[in-house]
Design a protein around this ligand. Structure first.
Ligand code: ADP
Length: 260
């Protein structure tokens, strides 16, 4: 609370009363604090790849260029880090567009069975390369929903891409499409490393990671799930996660079939 008080003076400058104004600034403070934290996070995330690119370029210029082995290895790192940088900037722009409401979602009636199948098909090869089986399970009956097609496909891609990263060789990823009354639900179930209970509530926050080192090696930006949540909420939908360490995780999102 913020407090302002002004005395009310009567004759002879005597104080006869006071005006007291109380302002509840706690919400504003929280927003301010979140913004400050976000800027600090972004700066840190940007600085890491930039430092790597600069460091390796410098070492090359200082003589490592002469060594063909080192040259190749360092240029590979520079390429990968600049690639991460550009994905990070893209993800940040995407997030801020959705958040500010500037991203106009093109809602259209869409057959979800097909959307799920074609999106899964795009990632089957990548899953296979990682020694994983990826399968879509959709009902025979067509399920129609009013969605922004490309965005929902993006949501599914982010969830499956995570399942690929956090599941070891020989594992499975199963994607289910289901409907219940006026809602449609998509579930991505993996047999991966799982997530500790205490991390679950914060998973959809920007830059929140369970295992920083592992997430970094995977090349992730830490924004995948934040984007998922934003897109789903722009559809008046909800996200959910259930997980057991060592057994696997199930991420799901549920959307109303009709937008109001
Ligand atoms: P990242 O780029 O780090 O993957 P995300 O926002 O996509 O960022 O995910 C946030 C964190 O959630 C990840 O760093 C990881 O710790 C955890 N996570 C996401 N999906 C899974 C999954 N399928 N299995 C285990 N952990 C996961």
């Amino acid at each position: 609370l913020e407090l302002f008080a002004t005395p009310i003076k009567g004759k002879n400058e005597s104080i006869v009363g006071a005006v007291v104004v109380l302002h509840d600034v706690s919400k504003w403070r929280r927003v301010e604090q979140m913004r400050t934290e976000f800027v600090a996070n972004v700066s840190h995330e940007l600085r890491t790849p930039i430092t790597a690119v600069r460091g390796f370029a410098e070492t090359l210029l200082d003589g490592a260029l002469e060594d063909p082995e080192m040259r190749k290895q360092f240029i590979k790192i520079i390429y990968e880090e600049s690639d991460r940088l550009s994905r990070l900037v893209n993800d940040l722009l995407e997030l801020s567009k959705i958040e500010s409401g500037h991203a106009v979602l093109q809602f259209e009636v869409c057959e979800m069975n097909n959307l799920v199948k074609t999106t899964v098909d795009k990632l089957v090869h990548q899953a296979g390369q990682n020694g994983l089986t990826l399968e879509a399970h959709v009902p025979e009956e067509p399920i129609f929903a009013e969605v922004a097609k490309d965005r929902i496909s993006q949501v599914l891609i982010n969830l499956i891409a995570n399942a690929i990263v956090y599941t070891s060789e020989g594992g499975r990823i199963d994607v289910y499409l289901e409907e219940a009354e006026d809602r449609v639900t998509v579930r991505v179930q993996d047999t991966g490393i799982g997530i500790p209970k205490e991390d679950l509530p914060r998973l959809f926050e920007r830059f929140y990671r369970v295992d920083k080192a592992r997430a970094r090696r995977s090349g992730g930006t830490g924004l995948g799930l934040a984007i998922v949540k934003h897109i789903v909420e722009a559809h008046e939908g909800t996200v959910d996660v259930q997980s057991t360490v060592g057994k696997g995780s199930t991420f799901s999102f549920s959307l109303p079939k009709r937008q109001l």
